[in-house]
Design a binder for this molecule. Structure first.
Ligand SMILES: [Zn+2]
Length: 102
């Protein structure tokens, strides 16, 4: 039950923020790097964040924003609104959203 509470607390805030990013943000998908990871620039009014994701799903997605660095340090889940928004938007990465529920 405690994991359910966590999902409704912290993660629902991330989901609500991700919805705003999807509505208002501007997404730029860059070509894959030498390790086949794809990089996205998410341009919002407050600035630009960069998400790096692995279509092969061997490494978790990362973001360079403050929220992601903080969450990664204090929680086991490493999510921020940019990562959720990118995974929801990109068809080849969408299956990785299931990690949010685990
Ligand atoms: Zn982020």
């Amino acid at each position: 039950m405690s994991s359910k509470t966590d999902l409704e607390g912290a993660d629902s805030r991330v989901l609500k923020s991700a919805r705003e990013v999807l509505r208002r943000g501007h997404f730029v998908r860059h070509s894959p790097d030498s390790e086949s990871r794809v990089r996205f620039s998410i341009v919002e009014r407050g600035g630009t964040s960069t998400v790096t994701a692995d279509p092969a799903w061997t490494r978790p997605p990362v973001c360079d924003c403050y929220d992601h660095r903080t969450n990664a340090r204090f929680r086991s889940g490493e999510w921020c609104r940019h990562i959720v928004a990118v995974l929801a938007k990109e068809e080849d990465l969408r299956c990785q959203l299931i990690d949010l529920l685990l």
